[in-house]
Design a protein around this ligand. Structure first.
Ligand SMILES: Cc1cc2nc3c(=O)[nH]c(=O)nc-3n(C[C@H](O)[C@H](O)[C@H](O)COP(=O)(O)OP(=O)(O)OC[C@H]3O[C@@H](n4cnc5c(N)ncnc54)[C@H](O)[C@@H]3O)c2cc1C
Length: 493
């Protein structure tokens, strides 16, 4: 992480006073005990106490906080619920965490336009809760949906089991309000299907809190499918399960969810939830089909036949809604379930072409033996989005470092077979130093020019995503207006 600036650390009292003027009452946390809950996010291997935490309630306050921080050279780390698995919300010792937890209201549900306007601190599941009585839901469903916020989902372009058919956050986002580091408030997109000009909404989605702070979100809501049915398919080999995934997609069937778990993950989930999983299977597919009843029945039969042709020796079809939810309960609880079998785990997130699944899983098993660390695989098989969970014990000297090296090898493997470094968890600090595996210096400089256009002082969430931060002046992007140089205190190159 960037080395803390001693001058900023020495100005803590002044910074806290200034933030308290903007957000009075209990809106600023600065006492050591109060800062503890903000030290870490879902990537709990890393922690850092922030200088202070500010919890604004209005967009005007967010704007004033950011403008003051920019004018005073103070770094800001936006934070939703802090469930990021890539360390995106990891604080900085000399930076302020800007928490959006008080932005927790559903502002409008517009059934005519099939959208909802919500504040960024509303949980993912909270959107569905607001519209389900009318038969609607919000489709992208990260497993953390009970806790993670829609603002965090936008920043990470989050996905979930239903994204194979219904798209990721970016495909379900219609508009947002964004506050830039300068304090300027901009609106991107809206209720209409398309917006003028460049697709800035697409640019901001997945920008990991580096371009602006999202203060309002407009999302698409969908009518709940008439029927949904889930199948559990157990296979004697991982290869057969992987091949069935390819067969299903090649047959033109797009399931609402197509997930895979390997044997360690199946055992952990079954012991935790008792979902009825076959504990002796080498791999389990959970396939959900949805739509009108007749279509669902037809597709279920089709998938069942494809699985049998590949040697599936365990087949269960959900007979009612309770059973369908029970099938999913094991998958949704797979991460905490794995947390019960090892003191610590790293959840990796890489994406590969579907056809490479067997090859990559075999290599992960070899790497597991090489590093002497266990691994459980749970993933969005339909999207080729892997989540190997590397098991380790942080109390044993050297295990954390071995787990990090194992994880890095898995991500390099994903890139080597034609995939990408992340599917949905973002780059954050976790994959930052691997960015050059995928992008050359020119690519990275182009990406950073975008960052400079939004945040020329590089004050918003620094230390994340980019392996090396160049000053914007270095990239030739420092704008000089009427001879007035922005950020005159920065050394020029
Ligand atoms: C058990 C578990 C399961 C998970 N399963 C999934 C899954 O299935 N799919 C998936 O995609 N992810 C999953 N995640 C990861 C995580 O939940 C998502 O990345 C989620 O979107 C983070 O939301 P958050 O509110 O917790 O954001 P935070 O962790 O607080 O922040 C994440 C990033 O977003 C930025 N940010 C947050 N709010 C804003 C805002 N309002 N404006 C600008 N930037 C902002 C932060 O700076 C940070 O870079 C899982 C995490 C856990 C712990």
């Amino acid at each position: 992480m960037p080395v803390p600036d001693p001058a900023l650390l020495a100005r803590k009292a002044e910074i806290v006073r200034a933030l308290q003027r903007i957000v009075p009452g209990e809106g600023v946390v600065s006492e050591p005990a109060g800062l503890v809950p903000f030290e870490s996010d879902g990537l709990s291997a890393y922690r850092q106490t922030p200088l202070a935490v500010v919890l604004p309630e209005t967009t005007a306050q967010v704007s004033q906080v950011l403008a003051w921080c920019q004018a005073n050279g103070v770094k800001v780390v936006p934070r939703g619920a802090g469930t990021s698995l890539s360390g995106g919300a990891l604080p900085l010792a000399d930076g302020v965490v800007l928490g959006l937890s008080k932005f927790n209201r559903v502002l409008e549900v517009d059934y005519a336009n099939r959208c909802a306007v919500v504040q960024p601190g509303v949980t993912n599941l909270g959107i569905t809760a607001a519209v389900e009585a009318a038969g609607f839901y919000y489709a992208p469903d990260p497993s953390s949906q009970i806790a993670c916020t829609i603002g965090g989902n936008v920043a990470e372009n989050s996905g979930g089991v239903h994204c194979l058919k219904y798209g990721l956050t970016t495909n379900n986002l219609l508009g947002c309000e964004l506050v830039l580091m300068s304090g300027e408030i901009v609106r991107l997109g809206g209720k209409a299907m398309d917006a003028d000009g460049y697709d800035l909404l697409g640019l901001v989605t997945g920008s990991e809190g580096l371009l602006g702070v999202v203060t309002e979100v407009t999302v698409r809501i969908l009518p709940k499918p008439q029927t949904a049915q889930a199948l559990l398919l157990g296979f004697p080999t991982v290869e057969a399960a992987g091949a069935t995934v390819g067969d299903i997609i090649a047959a033109g069937v797009i399931p609402a969810g197509l997930e895979m778990m390997d044997n360690p993950a199946i055992r952990a989930a079954e012991a935790f939830v008792g979902a009825g999983y076959p504990v002796d299977a080498a791999a389990l597919l959970i396939v959900e089909l949805d739509g009108p009843e007749a279509e669902c029945a037809e597709l279920t039969g089709h998938v069942r036949a494809l699985a049998s042709a590949r040697g599936a020796d365990f087949v269960r079809v959900s007979q009612n809604e309770a059973e369908r939810l029970a099938f999913w309960a094991g998958r949704k609880a797979a991460f905490p379930a794995v947390g019960r079998i090892a003191p610590d785990y790293f959840c990796m997130d890489g994406t590969i072409p579907r056809g490479k699944l067997p090859q990559v899983l075999t290599r992960i098993t070899e790497l597991s033996a090489h590093y002497g660390l266990g691994v459980a695989n749970v993933f969005h098989a339909g999207d080729g989005n892997l989540h190997p969970l590397i098991l380790y014990d942080a109390d044993r000297p050297g295990e954390l470092e071995r787990a990090e090296a194992f994880g890095a090898d898995i991500l390099k493997l994903c890139v080597a077979v034609g995939g990408v470094l992340t599917g949905e968890h973002g780059v954050g600090v976790e994959k930052r130093d691997l960015m050059s595996e995928m992008f050359d210096a020119t690519d990275l400089a182009c990406q950073q020019r975008v960052k400079c256009a939004f945040d020329p002082g590089l004050l918003l969430n620094p230390g994340k995503v980019f392996p090396t931060l160049h000053r914007c002046a270095e990239l030739g992007r420092m704008h000089v207006h009427r001879g007035k140089l922005a950020f005159p205190e920065l050394p020029r190159f």
